[in-house]
Design a protein around this ligand. Structure first.
Ligand code: 5GP
Ligand code: MN
Length: 317
């Protein structure tokens, strides 16, 4: 497969590169890292995110190049950090099948012509960092900064249970190429706008807990009250996951289009990706999500009932 990918990349003249809606650190780091590596190799590149780039990533090299739709013809379509086509939004409607999909979700639906999917990788950006030299792309300082952002994002700063020595070695290599760990850590994981903190407050007020299942909701009204400009959870899920004594955390975020974004996190031994998959979403054993059509109340009821089934008769002592 490496040869096939090297050939595809070397023949490409003009690349459209896409990742998912409500982009997180890995989607952004992978998109910018690959986009810049291809640009530096002399290709024309369009880096496309339907929801654009959240402000806190504006310090990254290449951030000013991100566009919200495909604006001109291209010969090669690549999707990164996305397990199904729907998750790219509407930007690929009417386009041919992607030529290449690079991802690390175990629920990936193999929707590309070539699918490079490594579920044990901590981040799509970690796959790219390892594979760029094999595929003939250079990891320079700018590319390294973007890829380290992706790894930090999906491992929440090296602290998820899937962290392993190889992932730390990859991160160390990226630092040696010039990526500034402290700055990236500060800007993408630690620093919070006042709006984000207010938005967290709305979610924290509504916390519910029953037998190891912890959940809360964020409504459109909460978002307006907090003046929070994005349509995601502002990483509240990571804060909720710091709770002691839980099996599964679920966060429900009401969306403007009659949908609800649901995020699951679980403790070791409980695979929430299957529940997410049943609702049309996907993810990893310990972290999964879905975009579900329906009112907030209905989705909460349905999702909690399915999630309780997954927990069976586990009880917190
Ligand atoms: P989060 O809950 O932080 O949005 O995402 C947790 C994990 O589930 C991430 O790996 C993310 O890519 C995946 N995920 C979240 N939402 C969706 C979705 O709507 N569809 C799919 N296929 N995966 C999702
Ligand atoms: Mn990822």
């Amino acid at each position: 497969m490496d040869q096939q990918i090297s050939a595809l990349l070397s023949q490409a003249h003009s690349v459209a590169l896409v990742s998912h809606i409500r982009p997180d650190g890995d989607a952004i780091g992978s998109l910018l890292g690959m986009g810049l590596a291809l640009l530096h190799a002399g290709k024309k590149v369009q880096m496309v995110l339907q929801d654009g780039l959240p402000e806190k990533y504006n310090f990254l090299p290449g951030s000013e190049l991100v566009q919200r739709r495909i604006e001109s013809p291209f010969d090669t379509l690549i999707v990164v950090d996305c397990s199904d086509l729907e998750r790219t939004g509407v930007i690929l409607q009417g386009q041919n099948q992607p030529d290449l999909v690079i991802d690390h979700h175990k629920t990936n639906r193999d929707f590309g012509r070539i699918n490079y999917v490594e579920p044990q990788a901590v981040a799509t950006a970690a796959i790219l960092a390892e594979k760029f030299p094999v595929w003939g792309l250079e990891v320079d300082e700018e590319v390294a900064s973007c890829l380290l952002t992706g790894i930090l994002g999906d491992t929440i700063g090296f602290r998820t249970t899937n962290m392993n020595p190889n992932a730390l070695r990859i991160a160390a290599d990226l630092m040696e190429k010039g990526a500034d760990l402290a700055t990236i850590y500060q800007k993408t994981l630690l620093s919070r706008s006042i709006a984000e903190l207010r938005y967290w407050g709305q979610g924290l007020i509504n916390i519910r807990y029953e037998d190891g299942l912890l959940w809360t909701t964020l409504t459109l009204d909460d978002r307006i009250k907090a003046a929070y400009p994005e349509n995601d959870d502002a990483d509240l899920i990571n804060l909720l996951s710091s709770a002691a004594d839980f099996f599964v955390v679920v966060l429900f975020i009401e969306q403007a289009d009659g949908r609800v974004k649901v995020s699951w996190r679980s403790t070791e031994g409980i695979d929430v990706s299957q529940v997410a998959f049943e609702f049309g979403g996907g993810g990893h054993a310990a972290a999964a999500g879905a975009d579900i059509v329906g009112s907030l109340d209905k989705v909460v009821e349905l999702v909690l009932s399915k999630t309780k089934k997954l927990l069976g008769d586990r009880r917190v002592n």
